[in-house]
Design a protein around this ligand. Structure first.
Ligand SMILES: [Ca+2]
Length: 476
């Protein structure tokens, strides 16, 4: 009898609140605008049946965070929060669709504003904070609450998956809200955002004359990449059209394709921004081989914009002055000011002990041919965490995978399609730490190896088959 009562009780709890009745839930500072069963979403005409919840959160005055939570009928009992790209104030429906098809309950948000124009932050410091770190946390807390309300159960595991700005969000969650997620995937993280913005300004100025006209013709960028490939491809021991580690490239002769002024501009972008006062690096350069790979290039990020990308971080967020003369930037002084006033815009804390000690796992990846977020900076962050926490402790919860020839979050000449949530889930549920992840591009498969290891061909068999590669420490 007692067992029967328990069964009835747990069934009643498990039944939860019907989807359409979630709109009447009272959640502090949240309004559930709609909730209904669905099998589609914008751009996703055919999805597994799910409860679609649309809501808005107002954690503080002047904050308005749109978010959605999707809970599949055939639920795997896990939650996957998904990240955003750039400054785009829009929900990531495609990523939500992928999570849903894998059985996850999922959530996305619009970062607290609409559209990809940094003007949103002018005079709205709370919206900047929403973008920088708060919106993803607010979404996460409320998504968990709604999942529990609808299903009657808490998710057994919670994961976050993001790339670019989503990678920044991923690291911010691990650092600021280490109890939000059990597992986190941080792809090409734009977490060093203040310095990277200076890198955009510096690189734009390197590639343009004082009158704003480009020094390097866009059509020549692909020639630079071909020259880099010719000089560096075989440097890793395998002529396969992919550069294993562009930091090890020998000097590239550009004299046959660029004028000396053009070559000088490109070399400045490669070299990165150094402090005019001390000569110390402020931000890494962009990697050799990232100039133009057809599908991704420096063109939309460094060359074609009429002013430096994301200059609004300083113009609107820091100085609050639409007329701020960015050409007169003082890299040392203005970085210092930004670090004082906009520290929350970055996620560069090297101590992830709280996340690690509660069993959190972090999988980070980057492409070696990324024209947006230089992978050298991602490596630097990993090495900084390792130096802070120790190698053994770091490897126990944090792995970095570098994809040779991959551009920004995909694309590029190297194998660039791979599953990250699967290996992360295996790590959390079976304690199997990822050592290699197989990436594909067309018919070619290749293992991505846990840093600092690299994929080495065993000397026989196709170079297009991952089975013929082992992960080894690179030759010094
Ligand atoms: Ca190669």
């Amino acid at each position: 009898m007692k067992a029967w009562i328990f069964l009835v009780t747990s069934t009643a709890i498990a039944a939860g609140t019907p989807c359409t009745r979630l709109t009447s839930l009272k959640i502090p500072k949240v309004t559930v605008r709609s909730a209904s069963m669905s099998q589609s979403a914008p751009g996703l005409p055919s999805l597994p049946s799910f409860c679609r919840i649309q809501a808005v959160a107002h954690p503080v005055t002047d904050s308005e965070i749109e978010f959605e939570v999707w809970i599949p009928v055939a639920w795997n009992r896990k939650f996957e929060g998904v990240g955003n790209g750039g400054y785009v104030g829009a929900l990531s429906y495609a990523a939500m669709g992928r999570a849903l098809r894998n059985g996850y309950a999922t959530a996305s948000h619009n970062t607290g504003h609409v559209g990809d124009n940094l003007l949103f932050g002018l005079g709205h410091p709370e919206k900047v904070r929403d973008y920088a770190y708060r919106a993803v946390h607010v979404m996460t807390e409320n998504a968990k609450l709604l999942i529990r309300a609808h299903t009657g159960r808490a998710a057994v595991k919670s994961y976050f998956v993001g790339c670019s700005a989503g990678g920044h969000q991923a690291l911010s969650e691990a650092q600021r809200y280490p109890e939000d997620y059990d597992g986190i995937v941080a792809g090409a993280p734009a977490n060093n955002r203040l310095r990277q913005t200076l890198g955009f300004i510096y690189s734009w100025r390197a590639l343009h004359g004082e009158d704003g006209s480009p020094i390097v013709p866009a059509a020549k960028l692909s020639l630079v990449t071909q020259a880099v490939s010719g000089a560096c491809d075989g440097h890793d021991g395998l002529k396969d059209g992919v550069i294993e580690d562009p930091r090890k490239c020998a000097p590239v002769d550009l004299s046959g394709i660029l004028t000396s002024a053009e070559a000088n501009a490109v070399r400045q972008v490669w070299a990165g921004l150094k402090s005019p006062a001390t000569g110390q690096p402020i931000f890494t350069g962009w990697p050799l081989g990232s100039e133009d790979n057809g599908d991704q290039s420096w063109k939309p990020y460094l060359l074609e914009p009429l002013e430096p990308m994301r200059v609004g971080v300083f113009r609107y967020f820091l100085f609050g002055d639409p007329a701020w003369p960015w050409r007169k930037i003082d890299y040392d002084r203005d970085l210092k000011l930004a670090e004082q006033k906009l520290d929350y815009m970055q996620a560069i804390d090297r101590d992830l002990s709280v996340f690690a000690n509660r069993g959190g796992k972090l999988l980070m990846y980057a492409g070696w041919a990324d024209p947006v977020v230089p992978p050298q900076d991602t490596v630097s962050y990993y090495e900084a965490v390792t130096a802070t926490m120790g190698e053994a402790k770091t490897r126990a919860f944090f792995r970095l995978f570098l994809a040779p020839g991959m551009a920004h979050c995909g694309g590029g000449p190297g194998p660039n399609q791979f599953d990250s949530i699967g290996p992360l889930d295996q790590w959390l549920t079976h304690a199997t730490a990822p050592e290699r992840i197989v990436a594909t591009r067309g018919a070619r498969t290749r293992p991505l190896c846990a840093y600092p290891r690299v994929a080495r061909h065993m000397g026989k068999g196709s170079i297009d088959d991952a089975a013929n590669f082992v992960c080894v420490l690179p030759a010094q």
